[in-house]
Design a protein around this ligand. Structure first.
Ligand code: HEM
Length: 432
């Protein structure tokens, strides 16, 4: 038991579980403001063998220790990752140990800045298509989130499978929120009944899993029928060899990787773009500067992801007894790190709720883990360069032609697997 760490006591039977279920963002941020850099949250009954403690590590030094320690003192054998594995199979996001290392070594060369630059033309193409969309006209009110999802799905779809994925876009629009809701429903249970038990929730979970693999299989089948010289991620996945052993990925691994890239690779980037454009829609002076100076596009995105990090929380399990933030934390404890919270740490981000893109202009001399929208350490996001390039290309194309004006209040948030807007994010587009 992690002793001495300050934190809320929660209810006698479930601890903080109901509060986390209701509002994980508010709960973690409030507790950080109240208790400080390290917080212990009880889950489950207050006494007895089912009592569990989850530790929130919010100081950049502790985040550093947790994320760079993954694979040594910390691992990903948490309920959240187990359920993700049940949903998405054994791809890069979900595997551990030697399997993960082999996959990462094999896939890393596909995501170097140089390789990713090869997708710039495809991204510009798709950005032009969005700006030319029939719903995108001067004076029109658009749902930024839907538009950005369409863009990121098309980009990752084309990069992965080499072809237009428009016929799958509607399916995926329906599937992705349903899958994330099903994952979340399973994670926040006190215990997870085996998926083979035919409960209504389990049946829904397995049905959705089958539906998303059906989409991937159709896409993979199409990618197989293309001429052999086509260069896309699937052909590269099939050709990839472990640099140390020369081994290829198995067919099932290619399938799982394709699913993970499709899922991890679009909703996060769509969120980053949507939230950033919405913020710029509320800060017209900042938007004009970004539109006039391409060097400010990146700082705007980074500041957007500071306030709205799409991967708002990551979890780890302590693999061997350790000390975190000065407190002993035993093996088996679950630890949360949260960009949502640390990105609002007042010691590094004065007036944290204010949108200010100058925070990312010039050399700011902050600790590395005061900001970590893409995680860090060995399990950091493999798609970081891809996502940043993709987002910058779209921002430039859109702001070149249009001024974005927010309509209504700031978006309501839904924090399930990723942070996303709870409903449409409306904005009026005016000619620039
Ligand atoms: C703005 C967009 C994105 C954000 C904010 C984001 C964030 C993250 C974060 C925080 C992690 C680490 C999770 C952890 O430590 O537990 C991660 C891992 C990962 N991301 Fe991203 N991501 C983005 C875009 C992408 C894209 C475009 C792709 C693929 C094309 C991608 C594929 C992956 C994969 C495969 C992993 C697992 C890496 C591993 O465990 O070795 N992500 N991402």
């Amino acid at each position: 038991m992690a002793r001495g760490i300050p934190g809320p006591s929660g209810g006698p039977l479930l601890g903080m579980l109901p509060a986390f279920r209701r509002d994980v963002l508010g709960c973690t941020l409030d507790s950080f403001r109240r208790y400080g850099d390290i917080v212990a949250y009880p889950f489950g009954p207050r006494w007895g063998p089912l009592r569990r403690v989850v530790v929130g590590a919010y100081h950049p030094d502790d985040v550093h220790q947790v994320l760079t320690g993954t694979g040594h003192g910390f691992n990903r054998r948490t309920v959240g990752f187990e359920v993700m594995t049940e949903a998405f199979g054994y791809g890069l996001l979900t595997t551990e140990g030697d399997t993960w290392l082999r996959q990462r070594r094999t896939l890393q060369p596909l995501f170097t800045p140089k390789r990713v630059a090869g997708y710039a033309a495809l991204m510009s193409d798709e950005a032009r298509r969005i700006v030319a969309d029939e719903s995108v006209t001067p004076g029109a009110v658009v749902d930024l989130h839907r538009l950005m999802q369409r863009y990121t799905l098309r980009v990752v779809g084309r990069a992965l499978f080499g072809e237009d994925v428009d016929e799958f876009v509607e399916d995926l629009f329906r599937l992705v929120p349903a899958v994330t809701a099903a994952i979340r429903a399973r994670v926040v249970q006190v215990a997870q009944p085996p998926l083979s038990w035919p409960t209504p929730r389990n049946r829904r979970f397995t049905r959705l899993r089958a539906a998303q693999y059906a989409v991937v299989d159709r896409l993979l089948a199409r990618a197989s029928h293309q001429p052999g010289d086509r260069d896309n991620l699937v052909t590269r996945l099939r050709a990839a060899r472990d640099p140390q052993t020369g081994q290829p990925l198995s067919a099932q691994e290619v399938r799982d990787q394709a699913l993970i890239f499709l899922m991890a690779g679009h909703e996060t980037t769509a969120g980053a773009l949507t939230f950033t454009l919405d913020l710029l829609g509320r800060h017209p002076e900042a938007q004009d500067k970004v539109a006039a100076d391409a060097n400010l596009v990146r700082p705007a995105l980074l500041e957007g992801m500071r306030l709205y990090p799409p991967a708002y929380v990551t979890e780890r399990k302590v693999g061997s007894d350790t000390v975190l933030g000065g407190y002993p934390v035993p093996r088996g404890t679950m630890v949360l790190t949260s960009p949502w919270v640390t990105h609002r740490h007042p010691a590094y981000w004065p007036d944290p709720e204010r949108f200010d893109l100058t925070r990312f202009v010039g050399n700011q001399n902050r600790p590395r883990y005061a900001y970590f929208p893409f995680g860090g350490g060995p399990r950091s996001c493999i798609g970081e360069h891809f996502a940043m390039l993709e987002a910058e290309v779209l921002m430039r194309a859109l702001l070149d032609r249009y001024r974005v004006e927010a309509v209504g209040g700031p978006p309501q948030l839904r924090a399930y697997v990723t942070l996303r807007p709870a409903g449409p994010v409306l904005a009026r587009l005016a000619s620039r």
